[in-house]
Ligand binder design. Structure first.
Ligand code: ADP
Ligand code: ADP
Length: 228
């Protein structure tokens, strides 16, 4: 059964104006364990869709449900990773990753254990005490992924997460996210401009149209296990 279901989902920034809605009556289901890559020209509505799923934006029409429950506002069910991770630059990597569960009032001992687990998952164990400003872009993105995963969200929402990285780092991060997806079975919704990246990572590709707000293609991608 589906993890996310959108029914005639619509978002118009300019309510009642003549601009086309950024999301225009989308019907779409996303199933558990899918790695969905979303492509399309700039301005087609990719980020808007992600921001609705994250709960940062409320639809102006239709519905969007996660686990049969309408998405309302932000909660720990969704983890979000942006191109520029909003980390606390002057805090250590460890403290940044602990921040989410601290806000959720998870017991300290459990937080400490989980932080170590997620530091290891993203390959940051040896960087735990570094301040974020000391990290390279790839390392920051690793910290952002750990921060998103530590709340054990149902879905990881990623908005061009590797778009600002150099080619080599980008490849390393693609490997990392594939391994995380494969090992955790997490559902991932991943926006990218890069066709190669979409075909490398996705089990399903969605393409949005230049006229904003519509999905014009939705197809399965072949996932090759040899890359893991
Ligand atoms: P991307 O293509 O990477 O999503 P954009 O350049 O489309 O980035 O948008 C960058 C930021 O500007 C986003 O936060 C978006 O919400 C905002 N934005 C985009 N278009 C407009 C607009 N017409 N009016 C106000 N804000 C906008
Ligand atoms: P993408 O992520 O595919 O580049 P966006 O979701 O950022 O597309 O934008 C979709 C459409 O909505 C674009 O026409 C953009 O200009 C418009 N838009 C995005 N953010 C805003 C905003 N905050 N206010 C008004 N219009 C916006």
């Amino acid at each position: 059964n589906e993890l996310i279901s959108m029914d005639s989902l619509t978002l118009a920034y300019d309510k009642g104006g003549d601009a086309a809605p950024a999301i225009d009556k989308i019907n779409l289901n996303i199933y558990r364990g899918e790695f969905v890559c979303v492509m399309g020209p700039s301005g087609c509505g990719k980020s808007t869709l992600l921001n609705i799923l994250a709960g940062f934006l409320s639809p102006t029409g239709g519905t969007v449900k996660l686990n049969q429950k309408e998405i309302k506002g932000i909660d720990a069910h969704r983890g979000v990773v942006f191109q520029h991770p909003p980390l606390y630059e002057w805090y250590s990597v460890r403290k940044n990753i602990a921040f989410g569960p601290m806000m959720q009032k998870v017991p300290k001992k459990k937080i400490a254990e989980e932080v170590e687990t997620y530091l290891a998952k993203v390959g940051l164990t040896d960087f735990a005490e570094k301040k974020v400003y000391e990290l390279s872009g790839g390392m920051k993105q690793r910290a952002a992924i750990a921060s998103a995963l530590i709340n054990n969200p149902d879905i990881l929402l990623m908005d061009e997460p590797f778009g600002a990285l150099d080619a080599l780092t980008r490849e390393q991060m693609q490997d990392l996210i594939r391994k995380i997806w494969w090992n955790t079975g997490k559902t991932i919704f991943f926006i990218t401009h890069d066709v190669d990246e979409a075909l490398l990572l996705g089990t399903r590709i969605l393409v949005m149209s230049r006229r904003p707000g519509k999905i014009i293609a939705d197809f399965p991608a072949h996932f090759t296990k040899e890359f893991i």
